[in-house]
Design a binder for this molecule. Structure first.
Ligand SMILES: C[S@@+](CC[C@H](N)C(=O)[O-])C[C@H]1O[C@@H](n2cnc3c(N)ncnc32)[C@H](O)[C@@H]1O
Length: 191
């Protein structure tokens, strides 16, 4: 699925490639039955995996993170597969998606992953270094609803599209870094 050269910028190894292969095969099996993700062909899954890990080339290291609305696994489950040493919380209220995330976690023996079957607004007792999210809601609302899991110095990494500038104005953010890749705008706000 990946060559080692494709992953060289991200310092990922053959264990990550093996995990991606297993994830791809499980997503293709479960995805059809449970309507987990729109795109289930190999190329789309590979593109979603690259989209998920791309920010590892420019963000600071972190000991813990939470992904809001992980769905079928992007980006949180993929980031957790790439960062076995970081404690990872996948926060997703839809139960079929939660069941799939737990199935992948158990199949791949991802001890660093905890799946929380709740909306982030209802989460208690979790405070992380980094908060990630893709395709859930706008920047201002994301920052508001993640107050529950924020530390004083938490950073944010949001996977956004072309409407980012309007969102930044609304959210009144000024310490951000934006990295573009194809149609993606990665918004990184350092804590
Ligand atoms: C469009 S899907 C995106 C899934 C995945 N992040 C991706 O990019 O493929 C949005 C997901 O966010 C979840 N979600 C919506 N509101 C949420 C909230 N307040 N807290 C946690 N998850 C939420 C939904 O259940 C859904 O699985």
């Amino acid at each position: 699925m990946f060559t080692k050269e494709e992953l060289i910028d991200f310092k990922l190894d053959s264990e990550f490639i093996n995990r991606c292969e297993t994830f791809t095969s499980l997503l293709k099996q479960w995805g059809k039955v449970h309507n987990l993700s729109g795109s289930l062909d190999d190329e789309s899954i590979k593109e979603n995996i690259i989209d998920s890990i791309y920010p590892l080339s420019f963000i600071d290291s972190f000991d813990s993170f939470a992904d809001i609305g992980t769905g079928a696994g992007y980006p949180g489950l993929i980031l957790a597969m790439a960062n076995s040493d970081a404690k990872c919380y996948l926060i997703e209220p839809r139960l079929k998606r939660v069941a799939f995330l737990n199935f992948v976690k158990n199949t791949l023996k991802l001890k660093n992953v905890e799946v929380i079957a709740k909306r982030v607004e209802d989460v208690e007792g979790v405070n992380v270094d980094l908060i990630t999210s893709r395709a859930v809601t706008n920047t201002k609302l994301l920052m508001d609803i993640t107050e529950t899991i924020k530390k004083e110095n938490s950073s944010f990494l949001f996977y956004k599209g072309s409407l980012l500038n309007d969102e930044l104005e609304e959210a009144k953010i000024n310490n951000q870094k934006i990295v573009k890749r194809n149609d993606r705008n990665y918004l990184y706000i350092k804590g």
